[in-house]
Design a protein around this ligand. Structure first.
Ligand SMILES: Cc1cc2nc3c(=O)[nH]c(=O)nc-3n(C[C@H](O)[C@H](O)[C@H](O)COP(=O)(O)O)c2cc1C
Length: 215
């Protein structure tokens, strides 16, 4: 294994929000999902699924209903006298939540319900934790798969941007539009395409700031 190469892949991945018009091939998409599924998951439950939208009109439709919801949310805030926040929401959060609009592919990362022999035979009978905790458990593994996918994309020269903005604003509309079953969690969407720009790295906290060693 070449750690220096791996570090380079990790450290040069960026969230990219501008894409060329070149489509992403089906074989690239399949290879990314192949890499995603090698992520670790609680008791190998593999609580992930992916919907990949490659139709420009459909991506536009998702962008449109995200903007509609943003304007509705801003109007409600303004009605409550929060005009400044409403304006900021549209001006700052709007472009952030719709940064996938120029991407030729949009990956919707889903989490599936966490099931396991542990859960069935031990945890559920003793009501070990609240049911919502199991939803969270599924989501954790789904996030790891999403990270695998983004690193694999970067290693292939593709660009990604992980996004929860459209999910926070319009999850219900996304569910309806893509016919996502109720028992799936909508984790995040990932814009995918060929990079049109090469943005500078954004700063990271220092290791000393985020690490505490217990000896
Ligand atoms: C959970 C999560 C949600 C994010 N949501 C959005 C989003 O809605 N829109 C967007 O443009 N970027 C989004 N990002 C990307 C972050 O802004 C980006 O990862 C961060 O600024 C660090 O930059 P880098 O990925 O280039 O290192 C999100 C990232 C994560 C992990």
């Amino acid at each position: 294994m070449d750690f220096a190469l791996f570090q380079d892949i990790l450290k040069t991945r960026r969230s990219i929000r501008e894409f060329t018009e070149e489509p992403v091939s089906l074989s690239d998409i399949e290879e990314l999902i192949d890499c995603a599924r090698y992520a670790p998951s609680d008791t190998n439950s593999q609580t992930w699924e992916f919907i990949v939208v490659v139709n420009a009109d459909k991506i536009k439709q998702i962008e449109n209903f995200t903007w509609d919801r943003l304007h509705e949310t801003a109007a409600r805030a303004a009605e409550q006298g929060l005009e400044r926040e409403a304006k900021l929401l549209v001006k700052s959060f709007g472009p952030y939540a719709t940064a996938f609009s120029g991407a030729p592919a949009l990956i919707v990362c889903l989490s599936t319900p966490y099931t396991s022999k542990f859960r069935e035979k031990i945890f559920d009978p003793i009501a070990f934790v609240a049911p919502e905790v199991w939803e969270e458990e599924g989501l954790k593994s789904s996030c790891l798969a999403a990270q695998n996918l983004m690193l694999a994309a970067h290693a292939k020269g593709l660009a990604t941007c992980p996004m929860t903005g459209p999910v926070l604003l319009a999850e219900d509309k996304l569910r309806e539009y893509l016919d996502i079953p109720e028992d799936r969690g909508v984790n995040m969407v990932i814009a995918l395409g060929h990079p049109a720009i090469s943005p500078k790295a954004v700063p990271r906290k220092e290791v000393a700031e985020i690490l505490r060693i217990v000896d």
